[in-house]
Design a protein around this ligand. Sequence first.
Ligand code: SAM
Length: 472
Amino acid sequence: MMYNPKSLKASEFISHEEILETLAYAEAHKNDLPLIDSIIEKAKLCKGLTHREASVLLVCEDDERLARIYQLAEDMKKQFYGNRIVMFAPLYLSNYCVNGCTYCPYHAKNKHIVRKKLTQEEVAREVIALQDMGHKRLAIEAGEDPINNPIEYILDCIKTIYSIQHKNGAIRRVNVNIAATTVENYRKLKDAGIGTYILFQETYHKDSYETLHPTGPKHNYAYHTEAMDRAMEGGIDDVGIGVLFGLELYKYEFAGLLMHAEHLEAVHGVGPHTISVPRIKHADDIDPNAFDNSISDEIFARLCALIRLAVPYTGMIISTRESQQVREKVLRLGVSQLSGGSRTSVGGYEEAERPTDTEQFDVSDQRTLDEVVHWLMDLGYIPSFCTACYREGRTGDRFMSLCKSGQIQNCCHPNALMTLKEYLMDYASEETRAIGEALIEAELANIPHENVRAICADHLDKIAQGIRDFRF
Ligand code: SAM
């Protein structure tokens, strides 16, 4: 099928033939140093790379060029995201699912996993537990089940989540990771005030997709792949894409992922808000070794660095599927959002001990949010609990213009400091608070605009006095 990024047909904007040609082109040019140099030069302009260009860099074998690629990813990360890392947590609402995804323990044929769906009272208790940790931003997760988890249930949960105010706590942004749905349902999610709509493609390879999703509505490749277009038609302008690495060849997935981003940009004038990079993990009856396309930590890091170069304005998300060590590496190379203190079971947060009976995948990084915040600050990052953009209506292309205008340091930076201050006052351990206070003091000086700096300093004082929720 002819590649056409402007088409609304999955088979044309993710053209299998174009991906195969891209992989052949990349392989033929992997030692073409003048070409590689010119692509690296183009990447330095921070205007992104095409899927073909980025695919050449993915297979480049020259160590010196690879070192330059990593350095550039680090530089671009600093330029666009500074040292801020946005924090979030997943909230599992229900593991009822009618699909047959072969890599997910919630698949319908799994008869021994405990099935659970939170009542609104239970949602409220989970939210209180998450607020008490210090979270302000959640990603809600649910299996696909029109009877048990209809859109009305998801909407009720969103309403409950936004309504809970416990002590100084509040969930200020709810991102949603639920199955592909209709324009009408996306419009309902938009009206419910969601942040980003997240849907992982799992794999862009149609034949593999159909084998990996043998039964249930998710089996329909085109319906799934075209979901972001429906979401945007329904008014959601922040969408998050991703593939589940390990299912198919990573080179294929990488080209597909970038083609998807090119498509969204070509049709809707705005690329994906975020890209997630999950890798398959062990879970209940799922053995990751049963899938033979697993990737090494080194390739994983290279993928993250190249996503940074190819789509500089797209945030990158890493979950607790990855270990502390891997997370540390990819944070430097481009990751901008990180989950902390996560539990991947339905109703997991209100339990004292981590429950495993309904877990979607094993969590590698099991530290508490306070430990993660402490660790990030030790590494020189500012953990940010900011949700300002979406609440100020800076979504879609308006958020992208903020990035491109270079005003991030006068906007995101003070917002990060103020929300970190709230965290330190309300939730941090004594040690974390001490490190954080010193960090805020030092970072205040890095707000370029004098007026903004003065207003931020004033807001920080007010936060210390107990007033909450300032933002630029
Ligand atoms: N049910 C929704 C759907 O159909 O898209 C999405 C929610 S699901 C809870 C979130 C994501 O977890 C999936 O899209 C998949 O990529 C990932 N996932 C599923 N099984 C996994 C496993 N064994 N290890 C790591 N990630 C997994």
